[in-house]
Write a protein that binds this ligand. Structure first.
Ligand SMILES: [Zn+2]
Ligand SMILES: [Zn+2]
Length: 251
C-alpha cells in the first residue's frame, strides 16, 4: 500500500513538472476571443477579453444615466454624499455629485466636458483600463440644511419629548426623520438637544412634524399639546414656531 502511494506521489510530482511550464506558456500566448489580439493580460470573470474589448463591453464603474446635482439656490452649497459642501466651482459641484459612485472603489476619472444642466464626459481609469463615458446632468435647485436651519426660511417645529423611558420613543423619531429626509427635499432634522426633562427635536417643516407625530401616536401612548409662538421677523413677516409637547405616559 505504502509502495503504491509513493508510486502515485512520484507520478503526481512528474505530472506537475510537465503541466506547470505548459500553463505559463499559455499565459504568455493569451489571445482575446473577441478581436483575436495577442495580449499580456485578459480581463473579466467569465468571458475573458483584452483590455480594450473588456472596456467596450463592460462598464468600469456603475454610473446613473442621469446625474442629479443638488445645489442650494441661496448659498450655492452642493450635496456631496449626504453632506452639504460650501460654494465651489462647476467642476467641484460635479465632483461632489459623483463622489458616491467612486466611493470605496479603486478607480479615478478626468472630466473632459462639464455642464450642470446638459451632460458631462468622463475618462474613467480602473486597473490600467480606460473608458470614456457620457452622463446626463440634472441640476436641482433646493435649499440646503444650513440655510433652512439658520436663516429661518420656514416656520420650524420644536418637538418637546418628555416623560420616562424615552429611549425607544426618541429612537423611533430619529428613524422617521431620516426616512422623511430621504423622501422630501425640504424635510430636515435640524437639531436635537437634551434638556432637563427630556429631548427637544427641531424640524424644518410643519409637514415633517405631522408625519413624525402620526408615527409616534400609532406606536406609543402619548399626550400631545400644540402651541404656536413668534420667534422673530423675516422680510416684515413674523416667523412662527410650532411647539409640540409630547408626554410619554407611563405604561
Ligand atoms: Zn479584444
Ligand atoms: Zn444653502
Amino acid at each position: 500500500m505504502l509502495l503504491l502511494l509513493s508510486f502515485f506521489a512520484d507520478r503526481f510530482y512528474l505530472l506537475m513538472l510537465n503541466v506547470f511550464p505548459v500553463d505559463i506558456c499559455m499565459d504568455l500566448n493569451s489571445f482575446c476571443p473577441r478581436c483575436g489580439q495577442e495580449v499580456d493580460r485578459l480581463y473579466g470573470d467569465e468571458r475573458k477579453l483584452c483590455g480594450s474589448c473588456y472596456a467596450e463591453k463592460n462598464d468600469l464603474v456603475d454610473l446613473p444615466d442621469s446625474l442629479d446635482i443638488e445645489v442650494c439656490k441661496k448659498c450655492g452649497r452642493t450635496k456631496c454624499d449626504g453632506v452639504w459642501r460650501l460654494k465651489t466651482s462647476k467642476e467641484s459641484k460635479i465632483n461632489y455629485s459623483l463622489s458616491k459612485y467612486f466611493k470605496d472603489i479603486d478607480a479615478g476619472y478626468d472630466l473632459l466636458s462639464v455642464s450642470l444642466e446638459d451632460k458631462i464626459i468622463l475618462q474613467i481609469r480602473k486597473h490600467g483600463l480606460k473608458q470614456q463615458r457620457t452622463v446626463e446632468t440634472n441640476k436641482e435647485e433646493v435649499i440646503c440644511c444650513e440655510c433652512k436651519g439658520f436663516q429661518g426660511e420656514y416656520a420650524k417645529t420644536k418637538l418637546q419629548i418628555r416623560g420616562e423611558n424615552l429611549l425607544e420613543l426618541t429612537g423611533l423619531i430619529e428613524k422617521r426623520c431620516s426616512t422623511l429626509e430621504e423622501e422630501n427635499h425640504d424635510d430636515f432634522l435640524l437639531d436635537k438637544r437634551s434638556t432637563d426633562g427630556g429631548i427637544d427635536f427641531f424640524l424644518s417643516t410643519e409637514h415633517m412634524s405631522q408625519q413624525v407625530m402620526d408615527t409616534v401616536c400609532k406606536e406609543f401612548n402619548v399626550d400631545v399639546d400644540r402651541s404656536y409662538k413668534q420667534i422673530g421677523h423675516r422680510g416684515g413677516q413674523p416667523v412662527i414656531q410650532n411647539t409640540v409637547l409630547v408626554r410619554h405616559s407611563k405604561d
